[in-house]
Design a protein around this ligand. Structure first.
Ligand SMILES: CC(C)(COP(=O)(O)OP(=O)(O)OC[C@H]1O[C@@H](n2cnc3c(N)ncnc32)[C@H](O)[C@@H]1OP(=O)(O)O)[C@@H](O)C(=O)NCCC(=O)NCCS
Length: 183
Protein backbone atom coordinates (compact mmCIF):
# COMPACT_ATOMS: atom_id res chain seq x y z
CA UNK A 1 0.00 0.00 0.00
CA UNK A 2 1.34 3.37 -0.95
CA UNK A 3 2.34 5.99 1.57
CA UNK A 4 1.35 9.61 1.17
CA UNK A 5 2.27 12.68 3.21
CA UNK A 6 0.07 15.73 2.72
CA UNK A 7 -0.97 18.92 4.47
CA UNK A 8 -3.79 18.15 6.91
CA UNK A 9 -7.22 19.73 6.58
CA UNK A 10 -9.93 20.32 9.15
CA UNK A 11 -11.51 17.01 8.12
CA UNK A 12 -8.46 15.25 9.59
CA UNK A 13 -8.93 16.68 13.11
CA UNK A 14 -10.88 13.73 14.62
CA UNK A 15 -8.38 11.14 13.35
CA UNK A 16 -5.45 13.34 14.38
CA UNK A 17 -6.79 13.58 17.92
CA UNK A 18 -7.25 9.80 18.10
CA UNK A 19 -3.72 9.10 16.81
CA UNK A 20 -2.24 11.76 19.08
CA UNK A 21 -3.93 10.26 22.15
CA UNK A 22 -2.54 6.85 21.23
CA UNK A 23 1.02 7.99 20.50
CA UNK A 24 1.68 10.80 23.02
CA UNK A 25 2.30 8.36 25.93
CA UNK A 26 4.99 6.64 23.84
CA UNK A 27 7.14 9.78 24.01
CA UNK A 28 6.78 10.23 27.77
CA UNK A 29 9.27 9.16 30.42
CA UNK A 30 7.97 6.57 32.94
CA UNK A 31 7.40 9.22 35.64
CA UNK A 32 4.49 10.67 33.63
CA UNK A 33 1.36 9.12 35.12
CA UNK A 34 -1.65 8.07 33.04
CA UNK A 35 -3.60 10.95 34.62
CA UNK A 36 -0.91 13.51 33.71
CA UNK A 37 -0.76 12.17 30.19
CA UNK A 38 -4.57 12.29 29.87
CA UNK A 39 -4.57 15.89 31.11
CA UNK A 40 -1.94 16.91 28.56
CA UNK A 41 -3.85 15.14 25.78
CA UNK A 42 -7.10 16.88 26.73
CA UNK A 43 -5.39 20.27 26.81
CA UNK A 44 -3.16 20.04 23.73
CA UNK A 45 -4.14 17.10 21.55
CA UNK A 46 -7.93 17.16 21.42
CA UNK A 47 -9.96 17.50 18.23
CA UNK A 48 -10.47 21.17 19.14
CA UNK A 49 -6.74 21.67 19.68
CA UNK A 50 -6.01 20.25 16.23
CA UNK A 51 -8.75 22.41 14.70
CA UNK A 52 -6.95 25.41 16.20
CA UNK A 53 -3.53 24.28 14.93
CA UNK A 54 -5.07 23.87 11.48
CA UNK A 55 -6.59 27.34 11.55
CA UNK A 56 -3.33 28.98 12.68
CA UNK A 57 -1.24 30.50 9.86
CA UNK A 58 1.93 30.12 11.91
CA UNK A 59 1.48 26.34 12.15
CA UNK A 60 1.36 23.49 9.67
CA UNK A 61 0.09 19.95 10.28
CA UNK A 62 1.26 17.13 8.00
CA UNK A 63 -0.42 13.76 7.84
CA UNK A 64 1.01 10.43 6.69
CA UNK A 65 -1.46 7.91 5.35
CA UNK A 66 -1.00 4.36 4.14
CA UNK A 67 -3.93 2.81 2.29
CA UNK A 68 -6.09 5.69 3.52
CA UNK A 69 -5.31 5.09 7.20
CA UNK A 70 -3.72 7.85 9.23
CA UNK A 71 -0.41 6.46 10.50
CA UNK A 72 1.55 9.57 11.42
CA UNK A 73 1.48 13.29 11.83
CA UNK A 74 3.81 16.22 12.32
CA UNK A 75 3.19 19.74 13.59
CA UNK A 76 5.45 22.56 12.42
CA UNK A 77 5.54 25.92 14.18
CA UNK A 78 6.93 28.88 12.27
CA UNK A 79 6.86 31.48 15.05
CA UNK A 80 9.99 32.33 17.11
CA UNK A 81 10.41 30.28 20.31
CA UNK A 82 9.02 31.84 23.49
CA UNK A 83 11.22 29.68 25.75
CA UNK A 84 14.41 31.62 26.61
CA UNK A 85 16.46 28.39 26.80
CA UNK A 86 15.46 27.55 23.24
CA UNK A 87 16.05 31.11 22.03
CA UNK A 88 19.54 30.98 23.55
CA UNK A 89 20.29 27.61 21.94
CA UNK A 90 19.17 28.89 18.53
CA UNK A 91 20.97 32.22 18.84
CA UNK A 92 24.08 31.05 16.98
CA UNK A 93 22.24 29.01 14.37
CA UNK A 94 21.09 30.30 10.97
CA UNK A 95 17.66 31.92 11.11
CA UNK A 96 14.81 32.02 10.78
CA UNK A 97 14.11 28.78 12.60
CA UNK A 98 11.01 26.60 12.58
CA UNK A 99 10.07 24.02 15.22
CA UNK A 100 9.11 20.43 14.61
CA UNK A 101 6.76 20.55 17.57
CA UNK A 102 5.30 17.08 17.13
CA UNK A 103 6.35 14.02 15.12
CA UNK A 104 4.38 10.88 15.88
CA UNK A 105 3.90 7.61 14.05
CA UNK A 106 1.51 4.78 14.95
CA UNK A 107 3.53 2.01 16.63
CA UNK A 108 2.49 -0.49 13.95
CA UNK A 109 4.25 1.73 11.41
CA UNK A 110 7.51 2.23 13.32
CA UNK A 111 10.51 1.13 11.33
CA UNK A 112 8.60 1.18 8.03
CA UNK A 113 9.93 4.45 6.58
CA UNK A 114 6.76 6.40 7.37
CA UNK A 115 8.62 8.62 9.85
CA UNK A 116 11.33 9.34 7.27
CA UNK A 117 8.69 10.33 4.71
CA UNK A 118 7.03 12.59 7.27
CA UNK A 119 10.39 14.14 8.13
CA UNK A 120 11.23 14.74 4.47
CA UNK A 121 7.88 16.47 3.93
CA UNK A 122 8.47 18.58 7.05
CA UNK A 123 11.95 19.57 5.87
CA UNK A 124 10.61 20.41 2.40
CA UNK A 125 7.88 22.64 3.90
CA UNK A 126 10.34 24.41 6.17
CA UNK A 127 12.84 24.99 3.34
CA UNK A 128 10.04 26.33 1.16
CA UNK A 129 9.06 28.77 3.90
CA UNK A 130 12.56 30.27 3.83
CA UNK A 131 13.64 28.96 7.25
CA UNK A 132 17.28 27.96 7.65
CA UNK A 133 17.05 25.81 10.78
CA UNK A 134 14.61 23.15 11.97
CA UNK A 135 14.70 22.43 15.70
CA UNK A 136 12.87 20.15 18.14
CA UNK A 137 12.85 19.02 21.76
CA UNK A 138 13.08 15.36 22.70
CA UNK A 139 13.05 13.77 26.14
CA UNK A 140 16.31 12.44 27.57
CA UNK A 141 14.91 8.91 27.80
CA UNK A 142 13.27 8.77 24.38
CA UNK A 143 16.15 6.90 22.79
CA UNK A 144 14.25 5.66 19.75
CA UNK A 145 13.18 9.17 18.75
CA UNK A 146 16.68 10.52 19.42
CA UNK A 147 18.13 7.82 17.19
CA UNK A 148 15.62 8.64 14.44
CA UNK A 149 16.34 12.38 14.65
CA UNK A 150 20.11 11.89 14.65
CA UNK A 151 19.95 9.63 11.60
CA UNK A 152 17.79 12.34 9.98
CA UNK A 153 20.72 14.76 10.44
CA UNK A 154 19.81 16.54 13.70
CA UNK A 155 22.56 17.43 16.16
CA UNK A 156 22.43 18.56 19.76
CA UNK A 157 21.97 22.31 20.18
CA UNK A 158 21.13 22.65 23.89
CA UNK A 159 18.72 21.67 26.65
CA UNK A 160 15.29 22.87 27.76
CA UNK A 161 12.62 22.03 30.32
CA UNK A 162 9.27 20.50 29.39
CA UNK A 163 6.36 20.31 31.83
CA UNK A 164 3.78 17.54 31.92
CA UNK A 165 1.32 17.31 34.79
CA UNK A 166 3.33 19.73 36.93
CA UNK A 167 6.51 17.65 36.59
CA UNK A 168 9.45 19.27 34.82
CA UNK A 169 11.50 17.09 32.50
CA UNK A 170 14.71 17.86 30.67
CA UNK A 171 14.75 17.65 26.90
CA UNK A 172 17.54 17.77 24.38
CA UNK A 173 17.15 20.53 21.84
CA UNK A 174 18.22 19.13 18.48
CA UNK A 175 18.70 21.19 15.34
CA UNK A 176 19.00 20.55 11.65
CA UNK A 177 20.67 23.15 9.43
CA UNK A 178 18.85 23.66 6.13
CA UNK A 179 20.04 25.14 2.89
CA UNK A 180 17.66 26.82 0.44
CA UNK A 181 18.14 23.73 -1.76
CA UNK A 182 17.15 21.21 0.94
CA UNK A 183 18.98 19.77 3.94
C1 LIG B 1 9.98 8.98 16.77
C2 LIG B 1 9.32 8.19 15.65
C3 LIG B 1 8.46 9.10 14.80
C4 LIG B 1 10.43 7.60 14.75
O1 LIG B 1 9.84 6.76 13.80
P1 LIG B 1 10.37 5.25 13.63
O2 LIG B 1 9.64 4.63 12.51
O3 LIG B 1 10.34 4.59 14.95
O4 LIG B 1 11.89 5.56 13.21
P2 LIG B 1 12.94 4.58 12.56
O5 LIG B 1 12.58 3.16 12.85
O6 LIG B 1 13.15 4.98 11.16
O7 LIG B 1 14.23 4.99 13.40
C5 LIG B 1 14.37 4.67 14.76
C6 LIG B 1 15.75 4.16 15.02
O8 LIG B 1 15.92 3.98 16.43
C7 LIG B 1 16.46 2.70 16.66
N1 LIG B 1 16.01 2.31 17.98
C8 LIG B 1 14.90 1.62 18.33
N2 LIG B 1 14.87 1.50 19.66
C9 LIG B 1 15.95 2.13 20.15
C10 LIG B 1 16.45 2.35 21.45
N3 LIG B 1 15.81 1.88 22.52
N4 LIG B 1 17.62 3.03 21.58
C11 LIG B 1 18.26 3.52 20.51
N5 LIG B 1 17.83 3.35 19.24
C12 LIG B 1 16.68 2.66 19.08
C13 LIG B 1 15.90 1.85 15.55
O9 LIG B 1 16.66 0.68 15.38
C14 LIG B 1 16.03 2.81 14.37
O10 LIG B 1 17.36 2.90 13.89
P3 LIG B 1 17.81 2.10 12.54
O11 LIG B 1 16.91 2.54 11.43
O12 LIG B 1 19.24 2.52 12.36
O13 LIG B 1 17.65 0.64 12.87
C15 LIG B 1 8.46 7.01 16.22
O14 LIG B 1 9.31 6.08 16.89
C16 LIG B 1 7.39 7.48 17.17
O15 LIG B 1 6.33 7.92 16.75
N6 LIG B 1 7.66 7.29 18.47
C17 LIG B 1 6.63 7.60 19.49
C18 LIG B 1 6.37 9.07 19.61
C19 LIG B 1 7.62 9.88 19.80
O16 LIG B 1 8.47 9.56 20.63
N7 LIG B 1 7.71 10.96 19.03
C20 LIG B 1 8.82 11.89 19.12
C21 LIG B 1 8.54 12.88 20.17
S1 LIG B 1 9.92 14.03 20.30
Amino acid sequence: MSLSVTAATSADAPELAALAALTFPLACPPEVTAADSAEFIAAHLSEDAFAQYLADDSKRVLVARRGGNLIGYALLVFSPPSDPEVAEALRHLPGPAAELSKCYVHPAAHGTGAAAALMQAAVDAVVLSGCRTLWLGVNDLNLRAQSFYRKSGFVEAGRRSFTVGGQVFRDFILSLPLSPHGK
